[in-house]
Design a protein around this ligand. Structure first.
Ligand code: GDP
Length: 623
C-alpha cells in the first residue's frame, strides 16, 4: 500500500507559504475520505489525486495543450493529448508554468486501524508517556494508583473531585504522564488481544515481603510480549519482612535484569501505603519516557483507543478515549467499531470540559450512538457524512462476516465434534454494566477452559441484555451471563421462547463458580459400567472358519449385538471382550431378550465352556 501522504504535511506547499500558525485548528490535512478524484488549482498550487492526461492538466492549470506537449518534447518526452502523465512529468510541467504541486492520495479510511500513516518528522512533537501498573494481586497496584492520583488531586489547581474515567494525567516538573487506571494484566492482555497497544511503560509492582509471584511472572510475560519497557517498583518497603534483595534476585531469574545487575531495567523501592518513593518512581517514568522519545503529530485528525465504555443512565453511551495521535476536537465526529457519533461533550477526569485533546490525553466523551468495546480503535472525522458513511460501511462488512462465520461453523458440526469427544465448547455471551467488567469477565471465564472443555465468550459488552443477544445465544447454544444488568420482561420472554439460559449475577465470583459448576456438568462424565443382561451357555457348536458358537439362554436382561461381554466361570472372570456375532436361530439378531435362546461368538475367544455365564455390559456416563 502506498503511504497516504494525504494525512501528513509532506508535499504540502501551504506550509512553505507560512500558513502554519494555529496548527491545532488548522486541519487542512485531515483525511476527507473523498471518493472522487480531483485535479484543480488552489491558491497557486495544483492539487490532484491521481495521474491525469495532458488535456486534463492543460485545462486545470490553464495552459494550452500544445505548450505542454512542446515543453515535454523539449525534455525528450514525446506525448499526445490523451496520454496520462506520471507524477514526475506533472511536477515538471507545473513548475515550468509557475505552479507548485501537491498530490493527495485518496485514502479509504474504512479500515483506519490498518492505515499506515507516516508523519513528517517536522510535525512530530513530544507526547506524554502512557503508563500501566501491573503486578501480583495484593502487591499494591490499587494503593499505588491511588497514591499517585491523590497526590495529583492535591497538586491540581482545579482541585476537583476526580472521576473514574479509566485514565488520568499527572503533571510533574512541567511534564505530563498518562496513567491507565485499570490495574492488572487482564485489561492489558485484553487490549493487546484486540490489537491495541496503548501502554508505553509498564510499572511492575512487586511486594518486598512476598517477592515474585505467579501474576508477577505473567505480567513480565505480557510486557515482554508487547515489547513495552518495565520499571520495577518494589513495594511495601515499610513492612518488617521487606527483602528487596530477594525480589531483585528473583526478577533476575525471570530475565528482568535491573540496572544494578548490569541490565537496563530501572527499579525503585517504595511504600505505596506511606506514599514514600512515589516521586522517585515518577522521575524514573519521566526519564524512561525521555529515552523512548515518544512523539506524535498533533496536527491531524485524532486516532486512538477506547479505554473504557459504559451506558450512563442519564447521558447515554459514555466512553473514555485515549488520543494517541492527532488532536481530538470537541466538534469532531468519531467512528469506533460500527458506531459513530458527534461528540456532545468532551471532558477530563475532573469533569472539566475540553475543546481539544492532544496526543496521550485521555478524555471522557458522550455522544456516541452506542457503547463501544474497550480496546477498539477510534478515528475522528470532520463531518457527519464521512463518519456515517464509514460507520455504515463497517457495519455492513461486519454483518457479512458474521453471517459467513455462522455458516462456517454450523451447530451440527459442533455437536458432532462434541459427541465424538473431539471438542466440548461452552459458548457464552457476557453483558455487564461497564465494558471493563465485561472484558474482565470474558478473560476470567475463558481462563476456566481446561483440556476437555473450552469456554468461548462470543460477545462481551457493556449494556442491557437485548433481544439480539438472545438470538445470538440461541443460534450458538450459548448461555447468557448478565453482570449487574437485568433483562426486561420482553427480553425474558424472548429468552424463554428461544430456550436461552439467562444467568444474572452481581458478584463476579458467584458467576465464575456457577460457570465452573456448569462445566462440571459438561465435562464428559466419568464412565461407569452397566450390565445389560446375562446368558447361560448350554451347548457348544464348533463351526470351522467361524469358531465356537455358544448356544445360550438369556437368563436376565438383554444381550445386544456387538456388546461388551465378560465370561464368568464359577463367578470368576475368565475373559473380557466383545461379541463377534449374535444370532437367533439362523438370523443375525440385534438383541435377544430374557427367556429366549441365542447363539453367539466372542471376538478372539474360543475357549468358552458349557455352564459359563456371559454377561453383556455397556459403559454409561455417571450421573
Ligand atoms: P492490588 O491487589 O495489587 O491492587 O493491591 P492493593 O493495592 O489492594 O493492596 C493490597 C494490600 O496491601 C492492601 O491491604 C494495602 O493496604 C496493602 N499495601 C499496599 N501497599 C502497601 C505498602 O506499601 N505497605 C504496606 N504495609 N501495605 C501495603
Amino acid at each position: 500500500m502506498k503511504k497516504p501522504t494525504y494525512f501528513s504535511k509532506k508535499n504540502n506547499a501551504n506550509r512553505d507559504k507560512g500558513n502554519t500558525q494555529n496548527r491545532v485548528s488548522n486541519f487542512s490535512d485531515r483525511p476527507r475520505g473523498k471518493k472522487q478524484d480531483y485535479a484543480k488549482v488552489n491558491g497557486g498550487v495544483f492539487v490532484y489525486s491521481k495521474p491525469i492526461s495532458v488535456g486534463e492538466l492543460s485545462k486545470a492549470i490553464n495552459v494550452p495543450t500544445p505548450a505542454i506537449i512542446k515543453f515535454l518534447f523539449m525534455q525528450g518526452k514525446a506525448v499526445t493529448i490523451n496520454q496520462i502523465l506520471d507524477d514526475e512529468m506533472i511536477g515538471t510541467v507545473c513548475l515550468e508554468f509557475g505552479y507548485d504541486f501537491k498530490k493527495e492520495e485518496i485514502v479509504d479510511a474504512t479500515h483506519f486501524e490498518n492505515l499506515e500513516i507516516e508523519d513528517d518528522p517536522k510535525d512530530l512533537v513530544e507526547r506524554p508517556a502512557v503508563v500501566t501498573v501491573m503486578g501480583h494481586v495484593d502487591h499494591g497496584k490499587t494503593t499505588l494508583i491511588d497514591a499517585i492520583r491523590s497526590s495529583h488531586i492535591v497538586d491540581t489547581e482545579a482541585g476537583g473531585i476526580s472521576q473514574a474515567i479509566g485514565a488520568y494525567q499527572k503533571e510533574i516538573h512541567g511534564k505530563k504522564i498518562t496513567f491507565i487506571d485499570t490495574p492488572g494484566h487482564a485489561a492489558f492482555a485484553e487490549m493487546r488481544a484486540r490489537g491495541a497497544s496503548v501502554t508505553d511503560i509498564v510499572i511492575l509492582i512487586v511486594a518486598a515481603d512476598d517477592g515474585v509471584m505467579p501474576q508477577t511472572i505473567e505480567a513480565i510475560g505480557h510486557a515482554k510480549a508487547a515489547g513495552v519497557p518495565m520499571i520495577v517498583a518494589i513495594n511495601k518497603m515499610d513492612k518488617p519482612g521487606a527483602n528487596p534483595r530477594r525480589v531483585k534476585e528473583e526478577l533476575l531469574q525471570h530475565e528482568v535484569v535491573l540496572e544494578e545487575y548490569g541490565g537496563d531495567v530501572m527499579s525503585v523501592e517504595i511504600s505505596a501505603k506511606k506514599k514514600e518513593g512515589i516521586d522517585d518512581l515518577l522521575d524514573m517514568v519521566l526519564l524512561k519516557a525521555e529515552m523512548l522519545e515518544l512523539k506524535a503529530n498533533p496536527n491531524r485528525f485524532a486516532m486512538g483507543t477506547v479505554l473504557e465504555a459504559n451506558l450512563d443512565k442519564g447521558e447515554g453511551p459514555k466512553a473514555t478515549l485515549l488520543v494517541q495521535n492527532g488532536t481530538l476536537q470537541s466538534t469532531d465526529y468519531v467512528v469506533v467499531g460500527e458506531i459513530y457519533g458527534k461528540i456532545r461533550r468532551m471532558s477530563n477526569e475532573f469533569r472539566q470540559v475540553l475543546k481539544v485533546a492532544t496526543p496521550s490525553t485521555p478524555v471522557s466523551v458522550i455522544g456516541l450512538s452506542g457503547v463501544p468495546n474497550a480496546g477498539d480503535r477510534f478515528m475522528a472525522f470532520p463531518t457527519e457524512k464521512e463518519a456515517r458513511e464509514i460507520a455504515e460501511k463497517r457495519a455492513l462488512e461486519k454483518k457479512a462476516q458474521t453471517q459467513a462465520g455462522s455458516a462456517a461453523m454450523s451447530l451440527n458440526d459442533l455437536n458432532n465434534l462434541i459427541n465424538a469427544g473431539k471438542i466440548t465448547d461452552i459458548n457464552c455471551v457476557v453483558k455487564a454494566d461497564t465494558d471493563g467488567s465485561a472484558q474482565a469477565l470474558k478473560a476470567s471465564l475463558e481462563k476456566l477452559s481446561n483440556d476437555k472443555v473450552r469456554v468461548k465468550v462470543l460477545l462481551a459488552q457493556a449494556g442491557a441484555i437485548s433481544e439480539s443477544d438472545i438470538l445470538l445465544a440461541s443460534a450458538s447454544h450459548a448461555i447468557i451471563f448478565g453482570f449487574n444488568v437485568r433483562p426486561d420482561a420482553r427480553v425474558r420472554a424472548k429468552a424463554e421462547e428461544e430456550h436461552v439460559e439467562l444467568r444474572l449475577h452481581r458478584i463476579i465470583y458467584e458467576l465464575l463458580d456457577e460457570m465452573e459448576d456448569a462445566m462440571k456438568g459438561m465435562v464428559k462424565a466419568e464412565l461407569v459400567e452397566k450390565v445389560t443382561g446375562q446368558a447361560e451357555v448350554r451347548h457348544l457348536y464348533k463351526v470351522s472358519k467361524v469358531g465356537t458358537i455358544a448356544g445360550s439362554y438369556v437368563t436376565s436382561g438383554v444381550i445386544k449385538s456387538g456388546s461388551k461381554v465378560r465370561v464368568l466361570r464359577d463367578g470368576v472372570i475368565v475373559y473380557e471382550g466383545a461379541l463377534a456375532s449374535l444370532k437367533r436361530f439362523k438370523d443375525d439378531a440385534k438383541e435377544v431378550k430374557e427367556g429366549y435362546e441365542c447363539g453367539f461368538t466372542i471376538e478372539n475367544f474360543n475357549d468358552i465352556k458349557e455352564g459359563d455365564i456371559v454377561e453383556g455390559y455397556e459403559m454409561v456416563e455417571k450421573e
